[in-house]
Design a binder for this molecule. Sequence first.
Ligand code: CA2
Length: 146
Amino acid sequence: MKLLILNGPNLNMLGIREPEIYGNQTYSDLCELIMRHAAEIGVEAEVRQSNHEGLLVDWIQEARGKFDGIVLNPAAYTHSSVALLDAVQAVGVPTVEVHISDPDRREPFRRVSYVRAACVACVKGHGLAGYAEAMDLLKLKMENGK
Ligand code: CA2
């Protein structure tokens, strides 16, 4: 069972700025948390981050036939990208949308998520722990064969 964890623009800045919104932990802490959780639940995981929309599209396409699930934090592209929505829809790999903060409780422009329509679930506002929750959801889904 192999999960692809994708992070969008500026998430590599975690822990450097805006700790009141995103906490004090760094992107490297996030990668460690994900890899540790993967080992705990017995799945393989690969974590990637890009500031470029097209590269995220390429990585989503790459998941087809290679990964069993995607955990996707599209960051700002959540609120703008039809390309990411189309990619998730096209590959048909179960995808969980994750947000560290709860975008629905922030500025109005963050209340729209384009990718959500193609995702099997959304975990938001649970900090970095939300990534582990998303991984659990995908594992459960795969075990139940749904
Ligand atoms: O809460 C989330 O995970 C978001 O996806 C984060 C995005 C934001 O645009 C979404 O509305 C919600 C922003 C990621 C930028 O992360 C930073 C972290 C530290 C310092 C600056 C930016």
